[in-house]
Ligand binder design. Structure first.
Ligand code: MIC
Ligand code: SF4
Length: 567
């Protein structure tokens, strides 16, 4: 019988196990990457293994999340990560080089390979025809130490695409919002989404990457596109044509489920507060006032995204009531749009340009004012994530966002009367690797620098046969890792300091949680009761380690199977 793309890539990387849905498989991994907020733990864990060098063909350490340097804490982390990368044979992507997923797509992602990243949006690489999975720091560390990556073989859901997007006002972001509307934030749990069908030819690599990136919001293990002429075109344009291979599903490949999407019928869509699957058409919200617009993030900060935004802003003025913030995804994108004068167009219209980093997406600056409406081209709008608990955050395409910024309210971009040029994919991208430090052969004289912000990894005693502990918290469905272990500029700098960060566990839900947990710790510890889809969202293992540090003995939750209601 024929094979699908997932079976082909898993098959060529199989260390052990069988490719039967639900059974454990071990995979040989080609690439591992970390970002700073999760990477400090991962590299401390790797260091604790006592190896001299990473055991995978490629490892990259990025700095993109903790970019505010208000005091010594974040720069301490950056220095640790830079010296650890130098010591253990990884590339180091310096602060300012860009958001890990965008940079990885430009520099390293390659069809047919398997990559792990310590960030839930690692599936961005699926746009390049690779299996790219977001994992916790410990998974990354053990794989960098030479182990296979073990997971239960996911089911493969085929997304059959046909038709063509109604460009330029309908974009790839609208496609993934529509899929979220149909499948919900639980719909991808235990599954890989494999895209195919005649419509996939309508999408270029960075558009495909927008779709696979935000597939993380479905709870899916990952998402993947075929590798075809469009992939080849992109790889040639970024000077990596040798990385290209063709990869597609066999005609008679089989799938656990199939959904069909007519690209020609997709409309501009928007996710309402406070969940990425709370999706409706932009048209249905026309007239809603907008106070802040943020454009960028790993979902929509490619050259194409920025160029479309510039073409809308050119010779126009941002509405008086709107604050517009833009973070291009990588230094290369930044350099390219600067050379073309597109930044001038954005600034002239009234945009505030931010660094190439995660920024407002994770509450690192750019928080909206109390009770305000913020529309973002990002991927998550969980309550409080922006840094303002009572803000109303919506998610929409960069095109819709730019139009809202000019109009001061939501309006279907097709009805806004703002002309916009159709995008033509460039045959040559700017390539600049001067913010990427390559691994060196001789690392004997490199010292790993650990400033006072870097604390040792906490270790748990072996599990007891029986647990007797107090129930400290009962929760409903879809509790996010942002609920468990909030991010934002106050908390993120403690990512390398488990005792300090544990004070913030569940702080947005129950302020007394950490003190109650510490009290219970002395008497046998605590238990958390969850429901379905506990731990939705980020890959931050701090959502497990910090409660563990507080003496939590167990989290009891339903393992959601996800639903795929195709209506
Ligand atoms: C996110 O988008 O939630 C983050 C911040 O990138 C996280 C990683 C983290 O918490 O450090 C993710 O997506 O895994
Ligand atoms: Fe960064 Fe936001 Fe992407 Fe997470 S989702 S990697 S915080 S840009």
């Amino acid at each position: 019988m024929g094979k699908n793309i997932v079976e082909k890539i898993f098959g060529s990387h199989l260390a052990y196990g069988e490719l039967t849905a639900g059974s454990p498989v071990g995979l040989k991994v080609d690439q591992v990457y970390t970002q700073d907020a999760t990477g400090t733990m991962a590299w401390l864990q790797f260091e604790a293994m006592g190896l001299n060098k990473v055991q995978v063909p490629l490892a990259v350490s990025y700095v993109d999340h903790n970019m505010l340097q208000q005091d010594y804490m974040n720069p301490d982390d950056h220095l640790f990560l830079q010296t650890a990368a130098a010591k253990f044979g990884a590339y180091f992507s310096r602060p300012g080089n860009g958001i890990c997923h965008q940079v990885h797509l430009e520099q390293f992602a390659a069809p047919g390979k398997i990559a792990l990243g310590t960030d839930s949006h690692t599936p961005t690489g699926g746009g390049m025809g690779m299996i790219s999975i977001g994992v916790g720091g410990l998974d990354a560390a053990t794989v960098m130490g030479g182990a296979a990556f073990e997971l239960n073989m996911p089911k493969v859901l085929k997304v059959h695409l046909f038709g063509k997007l109604k460009r330029p006002y309908v974009t790839a972001m609208d496609v993934i919002l529509e899929i979220l509307r149909r499948l919900t934030v639980k719909g991808g749990v235990g599954k890989i989404l494999e895209y195919g069908g005649p419509g996939d030819k309508d999408l270029n690599v960075t558009e495909r990457a927008t779709i696979t990136n935000m597939g993380a919001e479905l709870g899916a293990t990952t998402s993947v596109f075929p590798s075809d002429e469009r992939t080849k075109f992109y790889l040639e344009a970024v000077g990596r044509e040798n990385d290209w291979i063709e990869l597609s599903a066999d005609e008679d490949a089989s799938y656990a489920e199939v959904i069909r999407i007519n690209l020609g019928k997709i409309e501009p869509m928007i996710a309402q507060p406070h969940s990425p699957d709370n999706v409706v058409t932009v048209k249905s919200l026309a007239g809603t006032k907008v106070n802040q617009v943020c454009i960028g993030s790993c979902t929509n900060s490619s050259y194409q995204g920025m160029k479309s935004v510039a073409s809308i802003l050119k010779d126009n003025t941002v509405s008086e009531g709107v604050n517009l913030l833009i973070n291009p995804g990588s230094k290369q994108v930044y350099e390219m749009i600067a050379k073309e004068g597109l930044i001038a167009d954005m600034v002239a219209a009234g945009a505030r340009m931010l660094e190439s980093s995660c920024g407002p997406c994770i509450g690192m600056g750019g928080a909206p004012a109390s009770g305000q409406v913020s529309v973002r081209s990002y991927n998550r709008n969980f309550k409080g994530r922006s840094g303002t608990k009572d803000a109303f955050v919506y998610l929409a395409s960069p095109v819709s966002c730019a139009v809202f910024a000019l109009k001061g309210e939501m309006v279907d971009p097709r009805d806004a009367g703002i002309p916009m040029k159709k995008f033509r994919e460039p045959s040559k991208y700017t390539i600049n690797r001067n913010f990427l430090i390559a691994p060196k052969q001789d690392t004997s004289d490199v010292k790993v620098v650990k400033g006072p912000n870097i604390k040792e990894v906490s270790v748990k005693d072996a599990l007891k046969d029986a647990i007797e502990a107090e129930v400290l918290l009962k929760l409903g469905d879809n509790v996010t890792t942002d609920d468990i272990m909030p991010a934002g500029s106050k908390v993120l700098p403690f990512r390398s300091n488990i005792p300090a960060i544990s004070n913030f566990v569940f702080s947005n839900i129950d302020n007394s949680f950490s003190s109650r947990a510490l009290e219970a710790k002395g008497k046998g510890g605590g238990i958390i009761i969850g429901a379905e889809n506990y731990g939705q969202g980020s890959s931050r293992e701090h959502a497990a380690i910090a409660p563990m540090f507080l003496g939590i003995q167990a989290v009891i939750a339903n393992r959601s199977r996800g639903s795929t209601d195709p209506t």
